[in-house]
Ligand binder design. Structure first.
Ligand code: GLY
Length: 426
């Protein structure tokens, strides 16, 4: 099979890494890709948002399957155009993609279909949004309606911070994505990421992980796209996953199909596991980043049949995926300044060494300089992933590799997996 992977982050590097391990693959093309993906297959300099460019590339390489990594390509309608062009595509239509591209749509959708979630209201003006805060207890959750690369969510500890976040978003910080804000009740519990595939009719659970959203150790600092993840996460017990499937995931697939937009691809259910059970935090219409990196290292089964089946309506023919009986951790190495303005163009040494079969370094925000040197080019730069018989072993392997990488100004959290490690110590 010829497969085109769209995107350039750590998530897409991990997908490409697992795809090339499949005996079904003949040719892998990544667009635009990154230096890590270039080591696995061909890369083409076509932006993920360039819908016509990606369709032309899929035709040129006679793609049997296109795998869409990032949400920006889904919002741009790439899956719709590929389907029109007769190319099998893993990723939902822009209409189904509203489950991520509009937080207001999703909260109203959840209410309409009876999915448990926190109390909320949607605003286009600051004064009523501030007045709504009077009905909630701190901390407050303020979200820009549209896509904001994981930076459009503020957990405000007090009224002044919440008021400022509302003004900032409605004042244009995220452009059109911030034209509306969602003000939400803060849910108390433990956050978890559960994934499920759907082919429009049949759905299949596809693993889970626990992310670390805050920038600094101890879950301090600003929200990020995710500073690290691990699996298996104790919070995702069989009982919790069963409830999440019954109360959040299955109704979401049924609801979006009933509204005329059957879902094809992976749904990322970000939930708060509360004392009353799992409640929806938000849906994303792609794999999580860095959760995907963890899933790909843990997945024993061949990934390609699952991606193809979701794209072509044949998921009912596949068994549940098989996972390795090991723990996996992913630690994000980020650039100085992230999640604000990251310093780019910094030389990175030591990331390409052979770290053995249990460690994989995925590239995210990297590029090659004219002399071939590896340089940072984004906020989250490298993802150091490791497997182990225990989570502690996986963690030790990952941090040992991080300590061998020279990335001036780069930083990572040193406590990734802390909840899982604490549970193991009990
Ligand atoms: N790690 C969270 C996300 O991908 O949105």
């Amino acid at each position: 099979m010829n497969i085109l992977v769209i995107g350039s982050g750590g998530r897409e590097h991990a997908l490409a890494w697992k795809i090339v391990a499949s005996p079904l693959i003949t040719r892998l093309v990544c667009a635009p890709g990154n230096p890590g993906m270039a080591a696995l297959g061909e890369t083409r300099n076509v932006s993920a948002k360039d819908v016509e460019g990606q369709v032309a590339l899929a035709r040129e390489i006679k793609a049997d399957l296109v795998v869409i990594g990032p949400e920006i390509a889904i919002e741009a309608g790439l899956a719709d155009r590929l389907t029109q062009a007769g190319v099998p595509c893993f990723g939902p239509t822009a209409s189904a993609g509203r489950l991520e591209s509009s937080k207001a749509f999703t909260k109203v959708f959840a209410e309409r279909h009876g999915l448990p979630t926190g109390r909320f209201a949607v605003f286009e003006a600051a004064d009523p949004a501030r007045a709504y805060l009077d009905t909630l207890a701190a901390p407050f959750v303020i979200k820009a309606d549209g896509l904001a690369a994981g930076k459009g969510v503020v957990i405000a500890p007090d009224r002044a911070t919440a008021d400022a976040a509302i003004d900032d978003m409605l004042g244009g910080r995220f452009g059109a994505a911030g034209a509306r804000v969602v003000v939400e009740e803060f849910l108390v519990g433990e956050i978890a990421s559960q994934f499920a595939l759907c082919d429009g009719k049949t759905s299949l659970l596809f693993g889970g992980a626990q992310d670390h959203k805050r920038a600094f150790d101890g879950d301090e600092g600003p929200n990020t796209g995710g500073m690290g993840a691990y699996a298996p996460a104790p919070v995702l017990s069989d009982a919790t996953v069963a409830r999440a499937e019954a109360e959040l995931i299955a109704p979401a697939f049924a609801g979006i199909a009933a509204e005329g937009a059957p879902y094809r691809g992976v749904l990322f259910c970000e939930m708060m596991v509360t004392a009353e059970g799992p409640k929806l935090v938000e849906f994303n219409v792609r794999f999580g980043d860095p959760e995907c990196q963890v899933l790909m290292l843990r997945l024993e089964s061949d990934l390609v049949p699952y991606l193809l089946a979701a794209a072509t309506g044949t998921l009912h023919t596949l068994p549940a995926p098989v996972w390795r009986d090991e723990a996996v951790i992913c630690v994000v190495l980020a650039a100085e300044g992230y999640p604000g303005t990251p310093k780019t163009g910094v030389a990175i040494a030591g990331a390409g060494a052979d770290f053995g079969t249990d460690v994989v370094v995925f590239h995210a925000g990297t590029t090659r300089g004219d002399d071939g040197a590896l340089l940072s080019s984004g906020g989250r730069v490298l993802n150091i992933c490791a497997r182990g018989a225990t989570l502690a072993q996986a963690r030790d392997r990952a941090y040992a590799v991080i300590d061998r990488i020279d990335f001036p100004g780069g930083f990572c959290r040193r406590d990734i997996g802390w909840r899982g490690l604490a549970a193991a110590a009990d």
